[in-house]
Design a binder for this molecule. Structure first.
Ligand SMILES: O=C(O)CCC(=O)C(=O)O
Length: 201
């Protein structure tokens, strides 16, 4: 895993702080990491209650981190699994690139194009004000859409294999993001979002 900074591209979007590193992980390393995470992470199928009915969320997920880095989102309580060596290595690379520390990661596994993530902002109290979130993508390239919370402004970014997207500043305050379904045949994709969790009382 690299120890130096990669060239990064600032994305010009008002009231957002988005930085993209297309070649964060070399292709071979990203391939090996995808296979390892696919095989070894404790993927779970979570469900949420909608109008009194249990509905599977359209992806698998796993939550790893320091003890006590508990996270509640979409009504799901996430208690961290202990870090794996592979996740610690990616975390260290993200910390070097962003000059920010992380104590937890949400791993998402999109099995095919019918898996997705709906519109949301990462603005839970556990993340504090203006969180820095480092998002590493592996496997199938997928679109990530941004829409301003007020008004019609939209932006689409393609998250390729081995890329890093850094969301910071007021991004979560002014924008929502989503990973839409696709009708095109799609292979699997893994996304890792490293975060800092402030334990809640
Ligand atoms: O899979 C992705 O790139 C999106 C993940 C995401 O939006 C999140 O973890 O909050």
């Amino acid at each position: 895993m690299q120890n130096s900074l990669f060239d990064q591209q600032a994305i010009a979007l008002a009231d957002a702080d988005l930085t993209f590193v297309a070649d964060f992980l070399p292709h071979k390393q990203a391939n090996a990491l995808f296979e390892q995470l696919q095989r070894s992470l404790a993927w779970r199928q979570d469900s949420i209650r909608i109008y009194g009915k249990e509905v599977n969320i359209p992806r698998l997920q796993a939550w790893y981190g320091d003890p006590g880095a508990n996270y509640r989102y979409s009504g799901l309580q996430m208690t961290p699994m202990p870090w794996t060596e592979a996740l610690l290595q990616v975390k260290a690379a993200c910390e070097t690139q962003t000059q920010t520390r992380f104590n937890a990661v949400l791993a998402n596994y999109y099995r095919d194009g019918s898996d997705s993530m709906g519109w949301h902002a990462d603005d839970e109290p556990e993340l504090g004000n203006e969180p820095v979130i480092a998002s590493v993508s592996l496997g199938q390239s997928r679109n990530m859409d941004f829409k301003r919370r007020t008004g019609n402004e939209k932006y689409r970014l393609v998250l390729n294999h081995g890329s890093l997207l850094i969301m910071a500043g007021t991004t979560q305050q002014y924008w929502q993001h989503a990973l839409p379904k696709s009708r095109r045949p799609m292979d699997a994709r893994i996304n890792l979002t490293f975060r800092w969790i402030y334990p809640q009382k």
